[in-house]
Write a new protein. Structure first.
Length: 283
C-alpha cells in the first residue's frame, strides 16, 4: 500500500488537525466518501441542495481545510462541494494518479457521477487549478464556469522556484517559514498558517515533479467563461504570462492580477463571486 506520510504517528497528527478543522466548519455541512476508479474521494458539502453546484479544489500539500472560510461565503449562493485531491494530506485515497494522460480528468468525472452532477462551476487553486483545467478541457459541456487561482499547467513554473524550495527545506523550520512568507508576498500570513504548514510538511511526503503544460489545442476546448486571479509577486509562476496566453486562446476570458499578491493569494472570494454572478453566467 502506498504511503504518503513519513510515519503513522505523523499521519495521525495531520488527520487530527484536519478533523478539528472540519468540526469547526463555519456553516452546516455533510461529509461523504465516494468511490472513483482512482480510489475513494472525500467530499465536504454545504449550502442549499437546490442551489447551483460549485466544486472547490485545493492545491498540492494541503486539503479541503484551506477552503473553510471561503466555502462558508460561497454556500450563500451555491451548493458547495469541497473535494480532497487523491495523494495529498486529506482524507481521499493515498493513490497518486499520473499527471500524464487522462487520469485526473477521469477521477473528477467519477466524482461528478457519484454526486449526480450534470454540470457545475469549478474553482481551483494551483494544482487544483490544473486539475480543474484538465477536467474542463476533457468535459467542457459539464463546466458552467471556471475560476482559476494561480493555476499550474498554463505556463512553465519559474525555474528559480524549485531551487528556492530545495534550499528552504534544507534550512529546516527557519527555511520553511521564510518560504511561507515568500508565498504570501506583500500580503500578511494569516495567524496559524505557519504552524499548520510546518506540521504538515514535517509529516507528509510531498509529491515531487511538475504538472504538464497544456497544449493550445487542449486550452481551446475551454468554451465556458474562464476567470483568472493571481498575484503579481507569485514566486511559482508568472500570472501575467498565464493571462496573456489564455487571453489569446479563449473565447470568454477575464483576469485580475493582484498587486503585491503572492502564490498563496488572499481575498479571492469577492472577485470570484462577482464573476460567477454575472447575468450571462447564471444557470
Amino acid at each position: 500500500m502506498q504511503t504518503i506520510y513519513k510515519s503513522e504517528a505523523g499521519a495521525a497528527e495531520v488527520m487530527s488537525f484536519y478533523e478539528g478543522a472540519i468540526a469547526a466548519w463555519p456553516v452546516p455541512y455533510q461529509t461523504m466518501t465516494v468511490p472513483t476508479r482512482h480510489g475513494e474521494t472525500f467530499v465536504i458539502a454545504c449550502g442549499e441542495t437546490t442551489a447551483p453546484p460549485l466544486l472547490l479544489i485545493h492545491g498540492a500539500g494541503s486539503n479541503s481545510a484551506i477552503w473553510a472560510g471561503d466555502a462558508g461565503e460561497y454556500s450563500r449562493c451555491f451548493r458547495v462541494y469541497v473535494v480532497d485531491l487523491p495523494g495529498e494530506p486529506g482524507k481521499s485515497a493515498a493513490n497518486r494518479p499520473s499527471w500524464e494522460g487522462p487520469a485526473f480528468a477521469d477521477w473528477l468525472s467519477d466524482v461528478f457521477d457519484q454526486l449526480a452532477l450534470e454540470k457545475a462551476a469549478l474553482v481551483g487553486i494551483s494544482q487544483g487549478g490544473w486539475t480543474a483545467l484538465k477536467f474542463a478541457a476533457a468535459y467542457p459541456d459539464q463546466v458552467t464556469e471556471l475560476a482559476l487561482i494561480c493555476p499550474g499547467g498554463v505556463v512553465a513554473d519559474r525555474p528559480s522556484f524549485l531551487l528556492t524550495a530545495i534550499l528552504s527545506m534544507a534550512l529546516g523550520k527557519w527555511g520553511l517559514r521564510r518560504m511561507i512568507r515568500k508565498l504570501y508576498a506583500d500580503q500578511l500570513v494569516p495567524d496559524g498558517v505557519e504552524e499548520i504548514t510546518l506540521m504538515v510538511s514535517s509529516h507528509f511526503k510531498a509529491r515531487i515533479g511538475v504538472v504538464p503544460v497544456f497544449t493550445d489545442e487542449e486550452l481551446r476546448r475551454l468554451s465556458m467563461p474562464v476567470f483568472l486571479i493571481g498575484g503579481d509577486q507569485d514566486i511559482i509562476r508568472d500570472n501575467q504570462q498565464i493571462a496573456a496566453r489564455l487571453e489569446g486562446l479563449l473565447p470568454d476570458f477575464r483576469a485580475q492580477i493582484v498587486p503585491g499578491g503572492g502564490h498563496a493569494l488572499m481575498y479571492t472570494v469577492e472577485p470570484i463571486q462577482s464573476f460567477l454572478a454575472q447575468p450571462e453566467h447564471v444557470m
